[in-house]
Ligand binder design. Sequence first.
Ligand code: TRP
Length: 440
Amino acid sequence: MGEKQWGSRIGFLLATAGAAIGLGNLWKFPYLMGENGGFTFLVVYLIFVLILGLPCMMLEMSLGRYTGRDPIQSYKMVNPKAKIVGIFGVLAPFIILSYYSVIGGWLIKYVVSYVTTFNAPADFGTFIASPTTVIWHFIFMAMVIYVCYKGIGGIEKASKIMLPALFVLLIIIIFRSVSLKGSMEGIKFIFAPKKGFSLASVNAALGQVFYSLSLCMGITITYGSYLSKKENIPKSCAVVAGMDTLLAVLAGIAIFPAVFVFGLEPGQGPGLVFVTLPKVFGAMSGGSIFAIAFFILMFFAALTSAIALLEVVVSFAIDSWGWSRNKSVAVMGIAVAILGIPSALSSGLLADVTILNYSVFDFIGMISDNILLPIGGILMCYFIVWKFDITKLTDEMEQGCPNFKIKKLWIASIKYVAPILLIIVTVSGFVGVYHSITGM
Ligand code: TRP
């Protein structure tokens, strides 16, 4: 008790931004931008942040503060039938954390390897196929558990250190990358308006807004439930979304110039970070120093997001089951760690195990990102907008934001725009899964 509120505004903002800023910003967004028409993609992305991302975030944050509870209790207070949305909002973080933590473990391994040998592990494929990945995954989970065990204050403290550090490291890397001769190619790859923008790009932008802002996973509800009534919700959401987008764009400026200078293929995801970039660092003078900086940066981004994911599940056990924080952190943390074992082994011992043509690791990611999330989002809009007195939330927002001028726009957005866009994301998620199962 006595810890149900954030200690400071900056702590709250950094923790919420830390939840949003994650691997998606660093290894997905820049590539999406480069492949989908550069600047055009950025503009479309920004539009979706404004008409979908921000309104949904405001909805979640005001709901959290209105109820002061975990996602499941929050939705139950909205409408007893809406409990299902809360269940999605707790289940998704639980599942996501189990694979996010495996990647967190790889990142620790890379930091350790660069610090001790000035080199990346000999071969990424060999490393992830070895069972030692389970140990690194446990080490990462232990850190997440430790911070959550320290409670809201611990989360705040960790975010206040890691998020600014992350920005500083990124700026240092940008300077190095842009100062390389021939770096303009990479800048052009990300920014130059060019062909490649299609309907699929619109869809990719939509999905990315959702994932990048960590929407519909109970994060913003949970973090909002610790928020003081004095805080301005629309403004806070704008700050968080702004930082998230800024970081994603900066990540592109840090990564792609160097990739092009050394004649490597641009890419995304684990391949970019664990295979391509070590080659870049290997070829660059002073590369191992920048590699250490880069992998620490990635690690911080992953850790602040992972903390948020565990906190949702923990706050659920505290509020809904009446557990103590210590018990919730221990039981939930260990449960996630165990659930992550198959993902950690999915490139090694379990490489032959596939579920619907996916490796265990990809299957877990696919279920949570493409199915649970958008469906949760649609249900969220449905229950809140159609089955609940929305003025309770606008009243909530007016506390701390007395002239909430965009009230009508906001309601229109969550009533019409967001559900339509979410249905598009869900359908395309299913289509993607269908293609993958049928082998094309
Ligand atoms: N936003 C994170 C990223 O960009 C990923 C993410 C999605 C997430 N939902 C989340 C992180 C919930 C923490 C909590 O990588």
